[in-house]
Design a protein around this ligand. Structure first.
Ligand SMILES: [Zn+2]
Length: 167
């Protein structure tokens, strides 16, 4: 059990941290983004301290927000992807093959289908649909798969390759 003195010290440190990272500008609480000088040096690093501009962070007991703003967070993620593109592709592939990833992909397809987005998009772009079908017919199906056409397994492959035909 922490002593009252210790608790008071923790509280004081927390307050000091808050005072250092926060500033009232025109009566609105702003927070200092610790990455802004790197990604957006031309902008003020003082960003409105709400979850609209900062991601929520349970671990941060001072204000419950991340130390960097959302804008810097996305920029950082983007740069990370560009700089490690091969790794990103691998990670994405691994993720998509994982149980969680497969479930998410499936849910995404169901959502899109429910919304009719996919169907409507292809319906309003018949030229693109034609190109897509031709491209996939020519390149994506191996000759051996065509030859094994009677095989029920191949039929399953075709269903996967041509999912749009089922819509
Ligand atoms: Zn920022």
């Amino acid at each position: 059990m922490a002593s009252a003195k210790l608790l008071a010290t923790i509280e004081r440190k927390r307050q000091e941290k808050f005072d250092k990272e926060h500033k009232m500008i025109d009566g609105v609480d702003h927070k200092f983004c610790n990455k802004h000088h790197i990604f957006f040096p031309e902008e003020s690093p003082w960003i409105i301290a709400t979850e609209e501009y900062f991601y929520h962070n349970d671990k941060n007991k001072t204000d419950g927000l991340h130390p960097e703003c959302k804008k810097c967070g996305s920029k950082k993620a983007y740069i990370n992807i560009v700089e490690n593109y091969d790794r990103f592709k691998e990670d994405l592939k691994t993720y998509r093959q994982s149980e969680k990833g497969r479930k998410q992909e499936k849910e995404k397809h169901i959502r899109l289908k429910e919304k009719g987005t996919r169907k409507n998009w292809w319906q309003s772009h018949p030229d693109k649909l034609k190109v897509y079908n031709e491209k996939h017919r020519n390149h994506d199906i191996l000759e051996s798969e065509w030859k094994a056409n009677q095989n029920i397994l191949t039929l399953n492959v075709l269903i996967v390759v041509f999912p749009l035909k089922n819509i």
